[in-house]
Structures are given as structure tokens and as C-alpha cells.
Design a protein around this ligand. Structure first.
Ligand code: ZN
Length: 608
């Protein structure tokens, strides 16, 4: 049963919370408290320690400021007509075309009515003019705003935005089919690290007697913490360079330092300007981004999972070596009755040659010997053997951070997918499926899906011969380090010797007769290790893929490139990857590749 006093207590509580919500932080809440022992009445106070909170900045790995906060003035136009636009033009020093144009640009979305609220951003000179004549314009209001400013156009997908500044974008996005999806997933580090960037107010909560003497506190004090700066792992120059190589093409490029997991460049194509989603005058551009069939607002490296294609032969080879299904000296015939081979090549007598020529039948047979491999026991049930071996394969492949999120510091990350034996039981409607019906896995096609972050991490794992730090975008918050989980080394289930056995094949890919020999950096003394992929898909041209790292014997950069409907991995994806490697390792591109670079950039601008 409820007593009168508990009800009264609840009313008091409700009243208190209303009071707390209404009062500005620096006001005291003067609710009297009675000490049950002494009977003395105390006053609760709340004192703000410091309220000059400044949002932290975002800097790149070389301390270039990428995002900062600046104040500016806006002129709020009346929500109801009439508006003397002629007079407004004279007030601001704008001609009539400019007035119309600026009002149209300042609408929250194209075609919105002025009653939706128009705020014109003013220069310092314009502010002076408005202040001088403010008496004549009682229905105009000047307001000071703080806004995040982006110093570079690069890095949109990484930087993201402050949610409170994206309200216009959110309203606009609601009008589109995919709008909700975009809205949820574009916040970048501004959203992921929002609490640390914002900081928090500090409050003291003393209990005071009638004479102003303190008698303890009425609730826990909180310490003031200034907004922290974020130091990104990104190199903004490399980022801008990589964005130029992808331009308007659909796909991604992720480059990371395999030694630390630090992401050096993170491109989601088509690229757009970092300020677009929050800039007050960009509603038109936002509408184009929201409408585009190329879906530029999807954060591709984190959110889209694709079949990896032939680059996945590396993972399958490592697992097959670990489980003893093949050895580095195993040879297989290029038997095209099993699966077609795109490349005409000499016999692949070793694993190195299998990788060099990317021979499909070679890897068909590699995985076949893994899936059909009989264990040492006397098991004769081949159905059970296939089930057990596929699940064993999956367990080893999962240790590459696949089929689960890597924990990268982005707002949303897709896990990708690796099929299980149970999955095939259901999909094939029988437990008696054979290797023949799942062999696509051997060449990285079919049901298997990886994100761009997982692809780059896969290259980093091979570069490190078996381990990785989770890829991440922030190397330090304030004066501290990265988030603790980014300093925890993770190991795959595969011995380092087996990774070492893959590298001669990856080096051979970039040499004469290899699938990507045109993308060699041997002329500038850099040995690249890589693997191309050309991924068939039902909806148009093949996707082009490439993963690799350099220098092969002391890797400092690992890169994954994926171009949707881009054609051959060797001709489309590999050149972008090695240009980014060369730029990072040498700082500039050798004259020999300048024409090549120009051609890629032109193609990037045209979008295909
Ligand atoms: Zn072949």
C-alpha cells in the first residue's frame, strides 16, 4: 500500500527534476534539507567549477588541424512574410540576384518555404551594417553561432559530423528511401568520440547552513573536463591523394600501418567534401548525394561487405598449409574441367607459382584436399568429414578477424560473412552437399563477404606473418593514447612460417609474368607483395580488387583497393594501391609513373 508520505516524496522528486531541468547550470538549487539528527536545516547548492567548455579539435597524424570550432554570426529572417528583400539587399550590400540566391541556399532543403526558417551567414562587415541599422529592422535578429569548420575537403567518411549540426541533413534524409540508413552511419569520429570531444562541466554540491558554513555535500561532485583533441592516425596528405585516385568511382581504398593497425588513408568512393553534410549552404549538394544511385553516403570500407575474389586465395592457402592439406612445394594441374582459369600460364608446380598466376584450378584443388581430407580416425562417413572440415576451415579463417566486427572506431561496422556447414545444409536443402557445390569459397566467391577494413587487415596480418592490432582511426585522445583495445595484439591460429611461405608468391605477382607485373615499384627500389582479384557479379561488370603491402621484407604500409564494376584487379585496382604505397614511402611519384597517375585521376573524375 502506498502511504501519503511516499506519494508526497514522489511529487517532491518530480518537482526537483523539473527544477534541475529549468535552472541553468550555474544556478543554485535552494531546496532545504533537514539533518535528521541535529534538526538543522541546510541549503543545497550547485556550483559550476568552470563552464567554458570548448569542443576538442581533430588533427591528423602530423598535427594538421582538420576540424575546429569557430564562431560566426547569422541573420535570422522572419518566418512570416512580408520581407522587404529590396531593403534587405541594401542593408547587406547585396544586389537583388544575390539576395534571392543566398536565401535559396540557406533553406534547410531545396524548395522549402521560408517559414521553415532562414538564417543567413554574415561576414564581419555585414554584421557591422546590420548592427548600425538594427533600429529600422525590428523583425531581424542577429545570433552568434559556433560551428565545426573543416580545414580540408578530404576525409569526409572518417571525420563525420557533430549530430546537432546535422539536423538539416537529417530532415533532408527523411525524404529519401535510404535516408535513415545514411543518417545512422555517417557520424565518423565526431560522433564516435563525441563525449571525449565535448568534455563535461564540473559541479560542486555543498550543503550550507544558515551562516553559509559547509556541511558535506548533498550529492557527488563532478570534476570539470575540457573537450579533448583527437589525434587521428590518418595522414591528410595521403588521404587527399588517395581520394583523387578514386574520385567519383564506387569502391574503397584502405591503407594502414601493419605494425600498429593505424589507418593511414580511408577512402569511400564516390568521395564528397567533408563540410557538405553540415554546411548551411550545401542543401543542393546533399540532395544530389542522397539521390545518387552510386550511394556516396554509404561508408563503404566499414559498411559494405563484398566477395573478396582471388585475394582470398591467400587466406585459403595459409589455412591449407596450417592443416597440412598442402605444402609450399605442392603442385596442381591447371585442370579447367574443374573451374575455368582466366590466365594462360605455365604449370603451377609450387604454391608460389599458383599465387603468381592466380590459377583457379590450383586453389580449387587446394581447398578440395582440405575439405575432403580424412582425419586420422577411422571415420568413413564423408558427409561428417566434410562438415567437420568446413567448420574447421571457418574457425581458422575467423581468426583473421572475419565474420565479426573488428571493433574499429567508426559508428557502424558490418561483420561480413563466412558460411558454416549448417548454413549449407539449409541452403542446399541436404546434408549431403559435396565440395563441388561449395567450391566458390576456394576462389573467394559465393557466399563469403568481407568489408574493406577486413581486407586491409588481412593484408596487414600477412605483412606481420600472423598477428594484428585492430585497425583504428584515433592514435591519441588528448595527451593519452588510443583506446586500450587498440594496443592489444591479436594472433591468428596460423604459424608464422606459413605466412612466410605466401610472400614469395605475392612478390612474384608483381614481377614479370605475374598478374600485376605492370604495377611493380622495382624501378624505385621498392619490392611490393600483392594479390589481385577480379570478382564476378550478377549485376554487371566484374569488381576489381587488390591487397598488398610494401616493402615486402619490412612492411610499413598495407593497402586494400576495391572498385565496384571496375574490371580487372590488375589493371584497375593494383595501380591505385601502389601509387599510394609509393606516395607514402617516398613522398612523391617517380616521373615514370606521372602519366599513369594522371590517367587514373582523369578516370576517377569521370566516375568509371
Ligand atoms: Zn590456371
Amino acid at each position: 500500500m502506498r502511504t501519503a508520505s511516499t506519494i508526497w516524496g514522489q511529487i517532491l522528486l518530480a518537482l526537483l527534476s523539473v527544477l534541475a531541468a529549468c535552472s541553468s547550470p550555474d544556478q543554485q538549487t535552494s531546496v532545504p534539507t533537514k539533518d535528521p539528527e541535529t534538526g538543522e536545516v541546510y541549503t543545497r547548492k550547485r556550483i559550476v567549477v568552470d563552464d567554458s567548455l570548448i569542443r576538442g579539435r581533430v588533427l591528423d597524424r602530423n598535427d594538421s588541424v582538420l576540424v575546429d570550432t569557430r564562431s560566426y554570426f547569422v541573420l535570422k529572417l522572419p518566418r512570416r512574410p512580408p520581407l522587404d528583400t529590396l531593403g534587405l539587399g541594401i542593408l547587406l550590400g547585396w544586389d537583388s540576384t544575390t539576395v534571392r540566391q543566398r536565401i535559396a541556399e540557406a533553406l534547410p532543403y531545396p524548395g522549402a518555404r521560408p517559414s521553415a526558417g532562414v538564417q543567413l551567414r554574415l561576414t564581419a562587415t555585414e554584421v557591422k551594417r546590420v548592427r548600425r541599422d538594427s533600429a529600422d529592422w525590428p523583425n531581424l535578429a542577429l545570433a552568434e553561432r559556433r560551428q565545426r569548420v573543416y580545414t580540408s575537403s578530404a576525409g569526409a567518411a572518417v571525420l563525420g559530423y557533430k549530430a546537432s549540426e546535422a539536423q538539416g541533413f537529417y530532415r533532408q534524409a527523411q525524404r529519401y528511401r535510404r535516408g535513415r540508413f545514411y543518417r545512422l552511419r555517417n557520424g565518423g569520429v565526431e560522433s564516435y568520440y563525441n563525449g571525449l570531444l565535448t568534455g563535461r562541466h564540473g559541479y560542486l554540491h555543498p550543503l550550507l547552513d544558515a551562516k553559509g558554513q559547509q556541511h558535506g555535500t548533498w550529492t557527488k561532485d563532478t570534476t570539470f573536463r575540457q573537450g579533448q583533441d583527437l589525434h587521428l592516425t590518418l595522414d591528410v596528405k595521403l588521404q587527399a591523394y588517395a581520394e583523387k585516385l578514386l574520385g567519383n568511382r564506387r569502391g574503397y581504398l584502405v591503407a594502414l600501418d601493419p605494425r600498429t593497425g593505424e589507418i593511414l588513408a580511408y577512402v569511400s568512393g564516390p568521395v564528397y567534401d567533408a563540410a557538405t553534410l553540415t554546411a548551411p549552404d550545401q542543401a543542393g549538394v546533399r540532395a544530389e548525394l542522397l539521390e545518387s544511385e552510386d550511394m556516396p553516403l554509404i561508408n563503404r570500407p566499414a559498411m559494405l561487405a563484398n566477395p573478396p575474389g582471388s585475394v582470398f586465395k591467400l587466406v585459403n592457402a595459409a589455412v591449407a598449409l596450417q592443416l597440412g592439406a598442402i605444402s609450399p612445394t605442392t603442385g596442381f594441374r591447371c585442370n579447367q574441367s574443374l573451374v575455368s582459369c582466366v590466365h594462360h600460364h605455365p604449370q603451377a608446380k609450387t604454391l608460389t607459382l599458383g599465387l603468381k598466376y592466380s590459377c583457379n584450378p590450383y586453389f580449387y584443388q587446394t581447398m578440395q584436399s582440405l575439405i575432403n581430407r580424412m582425419p586420422d580416425t577411422l571415420a568413413v562417413d564423408t558427409v561428417a568429414v566434410r562438415h567437420a572440415n568446413l567448420d574447421l576451415w571457418r574457425r581458422y579463417v575467423r581468426s583473421f578477424g572475419l565474420d565479426s566486427v573488428l571493433g574499429v572506431d567508426v559508428p557502424r561496422e558490418a561483420p561480413g560473412f563466412l558460411p558454416t556447414a549448417a548454413y549449407y545444409d539449409k541452403a542446399r536443402r541436404t546434408r549431403r552437399w559435396t565440395y563441388r557445390s561449395i567450391y566458390s569459397l576456394s576462389i573467394g566467391q559465393g557466399e563469403i563477404n568481407l568489408t574493406g577494413l577486413q581486407m586491409a587487415n588481412m593484408a596487414a596480418i600477412i605483412a606481420n606473418r600472423g598477428w594484428y592490432y585492430p585497425p583504428h582511426l584515433v592514435r591519441s585522445v588528448g595527451d593519452g593514447g588510443p583506446l586500450p583495445r587498440f594496443t592489444e595484439k591479436r594472433y591468428t591460429l596460423i604459424d608464422s612460417a606459413h605466412f612466410a611461405a605466401l610472400i614469395p608468391g605475392m612478390v612474384a605477382v608483381m614481377q614479370k609474368g605475374g598478374t600485376a607485373d605492370a604495377s611493380s615499384l622495382a624501378d624505385v627500389g621498392i619490392t611490393v607483395a600483392g594479390k589481385t582479384g577480379t570478382v564476378q557479379n550478377d549485376e554487371g561488370d566484374d569488381h576489381a580488387a587488390f591487397v598488398g603491402f610494401a616493402p615486402a621484407d619490412n612492411p610499413k604500409i598495407a593497402v586494400a583497393v576495391y572498385l565496384e564494376n571496375g574490371g580487372f584487379g590488375a589493371t584497375a585496382a593494383a595501380p591505385c594501391a601502389v601509387l599510394v604505397m609509393e606516395k607514402h614511402l617516398r613522398g612523391y611519384i617517380a616521373p615514370k609513373r606521372k602519366r599513369w597517375e594522371k590517367r587514373i585521376q582523369r578516370r576517377a573524375q569521370s566516375g568509371y
